[in-house]
Design a protein around this ligand. Sequence first.
Ligand code: NAD
Length: 308
Amino acid sequence: MEYRILGKTGLRVSVLSYGASPLGSVFREVDEAEGIRTVHTALDLGINFIDVSPYYGLTRAETVLGKALRGIPRTQYVLATKVGRYGDQEFDFSAARVTASVEESLRRLNVPYIDLIQCHDIEFGDLDQVVNETIPALRRLQQQGKVRFIGITGLPLKIFRYVLERTDVDSILSYCRYALNNTQLVDLIPFLQEKQVGIINASPLSMGLLTNRGAPAWHPASEEIKQTCARAAAFCREQGVDIAKLALQFALANPDIHTTLVGTANPENIRKNVAWMEEPLDEELLAQVQQILAPIHNQIWLSGRPEN
Ligand code: NAD
């Protein structure tokens, strides 16, 4: 496993990291024991950065992850969770709620501290509140040793610039913006590097679009995006390749991204993903798949308040 330093945090994180949202059964009903085995498989194979949120499965993912982490030395993994999002339409970035939320997460996760606390999907909130109230509240928790570093997450890229031009944060988590079908994150990278911000890329499989199973029913992409990605997956199958392999290798090939979060609750997927990292990327197949995806390249869906 290769490791990189997450911006100015000094945290050493595996380039392939573990997204725990599937532990909350967000893609399919997950057996708890299988979920726990998946976390252990990830740690055994050198994956040391784990991301979760109280929102995933409405606290279920944090609870299952907490059980999985029981008995594992706290220094063996870098743990990220979030505040501010608690349901599909339930957001609260107030100082009181995020402070209580961190305490609740510490209890569910069974840990004395969180390495990275992130404001979750801030485009649904008031960005000035995030700057002036949420982040200062998290800084107070940082002084108490309950959290080590502070980050922000979301879909629109301009939210990151807005916040970083007004206050200091340690990392950004962007999703579905650096994958076979969308590479818009690259335009933001020079700005992030100038600020020495940790760069976390999530959903390299575009939340299931770039898999043989396809997108889950709740996926917000348009029918055109879904169908075009399904055509790309079928083309890869005809060539005897799983599109998830190509998608993962493509995302991991960018050295400016510190870590790439892949979600799964299946230990076999973790093993496959780690093995695929070692194999060379098929440049010819990549070019063919990019051609299929060209009509929808960089298309995205709306997320959050219109002003954000
Ligand atoms: P993803 O692109 O990682 O895709 C997950 C899907 O791919 C799951 O259905 C999983 O079963 C499948 N998969 C994984 N490995 C596979 C393999 N080898 N073969 C076939 N299928 C495979 O999307 P994701 O899980 O949404 O994103 C990863 C993580 O990033 C999340 O778990 C979460 O921790 C984080 N994330 C955060 C935000 C945010 O903060 N707003 C948004 C999206 C994702």
